[in-house]
Design a protein around this ligand. Structure first.
Ligand code: HEC
Ligand code: HEC
Ligand code: HEC
Length: 446
């Protein structure tokens, strides 16, 4: 009896393994000669350029100081470091010998031309939902770039994660290849926006929380996630913005990186916004329509809270949401704020130099988020200039402040630029971020 049960278990395991291998094994797709540039229509190429910008292909496929699309960027994940690879049409290190079918399979199934599985650090779980003609346009655009020979450094992943075949299991569990369905009851712009957000825009890759296996929790889409140790705020009804976002303010933020009654797009959101400049106004407008709908209708009390924040924050240009500091109270962050931040941020209406801040801190989301990570990042790292663009600059204070001082400032900002209760364990959060680690988000929530 025992032997029969054992035999049955072994049989089930063997059949299971065979099915797993059959599902996961992907053949190589034969190499082709690189198509001539003349094979592609100019309008397809210009659409491909816009779609590649929306997909942030250069953001991940360009190493610091490296050539665009040549790969080599270290993408940090909770599981280890994965390097992006060369997607210029170089025949050896790039995709120069890939047919359009091979490119489509990579985008849809996360499988390289030679048949090896790709890690979902490459957001194929979103790109899989891209329409055929849009993938073709990106293929045309990439095939007509300058080839660059660049071999990506080896990945740093522990066993068994370094065995790519296990991604078969991940794909079976988490890869949903359903196209983005139109909702006929919604306007055209909403449907277009939904498609762009869910597919190439891959906004959920950062703004949706992930499970222990690194897949997005579909049931909590846009409830707020993590990107490169920053918090990507909720874009649903839990949005931390002191003033509720509207379609118009979202459009301005996404198109310019700044909106007067909201935030500045810093950290990992900065390159997203830089890329959206290349995307047509109509498409960014459609994205704004869809995101605004995710946030839902604004209940009257929240509307009034927002109005009050604007009134308070614009009084004498001070930017406070909960009142200016009370001189009689001994607040450790107050003097630091006045000397290190105030000269730019008190005077929030100043214009002119790229150092002049337009940011009324009480209207931005950073001090109102559930955890202090983004505020600490901004204090330590500042806002660096973007090469080749006339962008605002804020100095970083990592070299001038102790951990204690950064924590005092963060607590001070929470107390005056937000109406939410104090964060917990801010000291630990500062230490973590300074040493290049992520913070314990659940320990810092009020
Ligand atoms: C969030 C970062 C990220 C973004 C955005 C991104 N990629 Fe990648 N991509 C990667 C990483 C990392 C790899 C390597 C994965 C691996 O080796 O398993 C990769 C691999 C690829 C590959 C496979 C190349 C090969 O030789 O196997 C292709 C093709 C590709 N990306 C195309 C694109 C395109 C097109 C876009 C824009 C629409 C894009 N990627 C956007 C991170 C990204
Ligand atoms: C690489 C990760 C990443 C991607 C991809 C990304 N975001 Fe973000 N986003 C962030 C981070 C991080 C912030 C916070 C920035 C800050 O604190 O200055 C942010 C901020 C925002 C904000 C401001 C929210 C607030 O309350 O202040 C909006 C709106 C937004 N993102 C929309 C989008 C949309 C739409 C897309 C897709 C087109 C997108 N994001 C893609 C990481 C990302
Ligand atoms: C030299 C001027 C300058 C100083 C000093 C300065 N800032 Fe800034 N800050 C800026 C600029 C410029 C921006 C970008 C937004 C804008 O254009 O106003 C900004 C943006 C911010 C933001 C918004 C970031 C986001 O993601 O939304 C925060 C928070 C902030 N500063 C906090 C501080 C704190 C705290 C200090 C003091 C430790 C400080 N700043 C000192 C110029 C300055």
């Amino acid at each position: 009896m025992v032997r029969r049960i054992l035999l049955a278990i072994v049989l089930i395991l063997v059949i299971g393994a065979a099915i797993f291998v059959a599902l996961g094994w992907k053949p190589a797709i034969a190499p082709v000669d690189r198509p001539q540039a003349s094979a592609f229509k100019p309008e397809v190429l210009s659409r491909g350029a816009q779609l590649a910008a929306l997909g942030d292909c250069t953001v991940c496929h360009t190493a610091p100081g490296g050539r665009p699309f040549a790969g080599g960027l270290a993408v940090e994940t909770p599981f280890g470091t994965i390097h992006s690879t060369d997607i210029t049409p170089d025949p050896e290190t790039g995709i120069g010998r890939w047919s359009e079918a091979a490119f489509k399979r990579a985008m849809r199934e996360g499988v390289s031309r030679d048949g090896h599985h790709l890690y979902p650090a490459f957001p194929y779980d979103h790109f899989t939902r891209t329409k055929d003609e849009d993938i073709s346009a990106i293929y045309a655009f990439l095939m007509t770039r300058q080839p660059v020979s660049a071999k990506a450094p080896a990945n740093d992943l522990p066993f068994p994660l370094n065995v790519r075949f296990i991604l078969t299991g991940w794909n079976l569990l988490f890869l949903h290849r359903d196209p983005v369905a139109d909702d006929p009851s919604q306007p055209e712009a909403w449907n277009r926006g939904k498609y762009l957000v869910e597919s190439l825009g891959h906004c959920g890759a950062c703004h949706t929380p992930r499970n222990a296996l690194g897949a997005e929790k579909r049931a909590h889409a846009f409830a707020g996630g993590v990107a490169d140790r920053w918090t990507a705020p909720a874009l649903d009804g839990a949005s931390p913005a002191p003033v509720p976002w509207t379609q118009e303010s979202l459009f301005t933020y996404l198109k310019t990186g700044f909106e007067t009654q909201h935030s500045f797009a810093a950290g990992p959101m900065a390159p997203v916004v830089s890329d959206l400049r290349a995307v047509s106004d109509d498409d960014v407008q459609a994205i704004s329509v869809y995101i605004a709908s995710l946030m839902g209708p604004v209940p009257p009390p929240r509307q009034q809270e927002g109005q009050r924040a604007v009134e308070m924050a614009t009084q004498a240009g001070l930017g406070f949401t909960r009142g200016a500091p009370d001189q009689s109270r001994d607040e450790p962050g107050a003097a630091l704020y006045a000397s290190a931040c105030g000269w730019c941020h008190y005077n929030a209406d100043s214009k002119g130099s790229s150092f002049a801040s337009r940011q009324k801190l009480g209207l931005g989301s950073v001090s109102s988020m559930p955890d202090p990570s983004n505020l600490i990042h901004v204090i330590l790292e500042g806002i660096p200039p973007v090469e080749g663009e006339a962008t605002p600059i804020m100095p970083g204070f990592a070299g001038s402040f102790t951990d204690r001082q950064v924590a005092d400032l963060a607590n001070y900002a929470r107390a005056h630029f937000s109406t939410r209760p104090a964060w917990k364990n801010v000291d630990d959060a500062v230490k973590a971020i300074r040493s290049g680690k992520d913070i314990d988000r659940s320990a810092s929530r009020p």
